[in-house]
Design a protein around this ligand. Structure first.
Ligand code: MG
Length: 455
């Protein structure tokens, strides 16, 4: 059999074939110049928010009988944050802070009279506020809000007026009558069947993800549960070892599992940042129907740690290192700046933000830029954190009906040694109290009083 030698092959390249080769090369080069590679798309973003889930309610945060295999896996594949805080101990102000990166005392989304918005409220998040969704729209993100909005139920305040292309959900809490289900700005079910709510939110979320698989997309998925009254679908009801509360949390866990599995199936898991947390602590006065703050003191409504420190898990395979636990200080308000950074968007220049970029913490490359936290109840600054130290100037139980108790000097706790806030060390650390007072004075000087939108 004849095998041409390389030399012979070269000789066979006639002038004609060289010309063809040259033309072909030129055509490829011209096509490449015409069609420059597109810049990489910014990552998809998914925020999953539970309602009233406590710090101690997940398997990966120490609950002994609620089974959360999907969130546990999410934590194994991503990062658990053990010192992550909401910006308020109740729903409306916490959510306002999440979407705007601003403390509720700056946006008017808090009140000393009514803690949250109700179905008879006239107010809501003001049009001038910039939301994460509006920021991401500047980078052509597809945006959807699915779930509990609670930033105003009148049309001018709905998600569709705040940067979301679509909305599906109950615009306030599930215990507020009538609990109505909206699609965009129209009521489609009144009253809503809550037994299938988590499942339907999940189905809507999966449809949105599939439709926007080419990205980039932003999905904000604030569930209505495990806020009381509790409802689970027939698939989950009666299945957990922790009663109906456990059933509800296990159904949320399954929902997270379906979302992460869909991202894997679509092969966009390595291009999607997913963050799971809760809006405030467990509703303890609901007894067995409320959750657990684990080793933290008190719960929802309170500025003790149990009211505002939340379980939090960040996930982005290949970017967030797997299996990490971070005890860095972090706040829900920081999602705003962090997502700006991930999507390469400049922060708004003329807005007072309470938001710091946590991308270095999430990638494991740097310490948290956050060194302080301010704990508000309504417009009152109740406590502050500086590094490991927390000073309580006022204390009040979450739902006990008691009056605020002032403390002078403040109660002082070392949260890294004493996360349960049991050992007041104020007497032995006057220098910490003085430094803390300076921090609080500087912070208060930045607060410009605004009318409450909740009254
Ligand atoms: Mg809540």
């Amino acid at each position: 059999m004849f095998h041409p030698t390389p030399a012979l092959t070269l000789r066979r390249c006639s002038l004609a074939s060289r010309a063809v080769l040259a033309i072909t090369t030129w055509t490829i080069q011209a096509a490449a110049e015409d069609k420059k590679p597109e810049p990489p798309k910014p990552p998809n973003v998914i925020i999953i928010l539970a309602d009233d889930l406590g710090y101690g309610d997940l398997g990966c945060f120490g609950h002994p009988t609620i089974a959360t295999p999907n969130l546990d896996r999410m934590a194994r594949e991503g990062m658990r944050l053990t010192q992550f805080y909401s910006a308020a101990p109740v729903c409306t102000p916490s959510r306002a802070a999440l979407v705007t990166g601003r403390l509720p005392v700056r946006t008017g989304m808090t009140s000393d009279k009514r803690g949250v918005l109700f179905p008879d409220s006239k107010g809501g998040l003001q049009a001038g506020e910039i939301t994460i969704a509006e920021a991401l729209k500047t980078k052509n993100y597809a945006t959807a809000c699915i779930g509990k909005w609670h930033l105003g139920h009148l049309p001018q305040y709905l998600p569709t007026r705040h940067g979301f292309d679509s909305y599906y959900g109950i615009p306030y809490s599930n215990d507020m009558k009538p609990a109505v289900l909206l699609r965009n700005e129209r009521a489609i079910e009144d009253p809503v069947d809550q037994t299938t709510l988590t499942d339907r939110y999940t189905a809507e979320a999966l449809t949105f993800i599939r439709q926007n698989r080419k990205g980039p997309f932003f999905l904000y998925l604030p569930h209505n549960f495990p806020h009381v009254p509790l409802f689970a679908s027939s698939e989950f009801k009666g299945k957990s070892r922790r009663g109906l509360y456990g059933d509800v949390v296990e159904e949320l866990d399954a929902s997270v599992g379906r979302i992460l599995e869909t991202l894997r199936e679509l092969k966009i898991d390595d291009h999607t940042f997913v963050f799971f947390t809760s809006d405030n602590g467990p509703w303890l006065v609901k007894r067995g129907e409320g959750g657990s703050a684990g080793l933290l003191r008190e719960g929802k409504g309170s500025t003790w740690e149990g009211g505002m420190r939340e379980p939090a898990i960040a996930w982005w395979p290949g970017t967030i290192p797997a299996g990490r636990t971070s005890a860095e200080l972090a706040s829900m308000t920081d999602l705003f700046a962090t997502i700006h950074k991930l999507a390469d968007i400049e922060l708004p220049p003329d807005v007072t933000l309470d938001s710091l970029d946590l991308s270095g913490v999430l990638t494991g490359k740097s310490a948290s830029p956050r060194q302080s936290m301010f704990y508000y109840r309504g417009t009152r600054l109740m406590a502050a954190r500086m590094g490991a130290w927390k000073a309580h100037y006022l204390t009040q139980s979450g739902y006990g009906g008691d009056a605020p108790v002032p403390h002078d000097p403040p109660l002082l706790y070392d949260l890294e040694h004493d996360p349960s806030e049991k050992i007041d060390v104020a007497k032995s650390h006057p220098e910490v109290i003085a430094a803390m007072q300076k921090l609080v004075d500087e912070h208060k000087a930045t607060i410009v009083p605004v009318p409450s939108q909740l009254e």
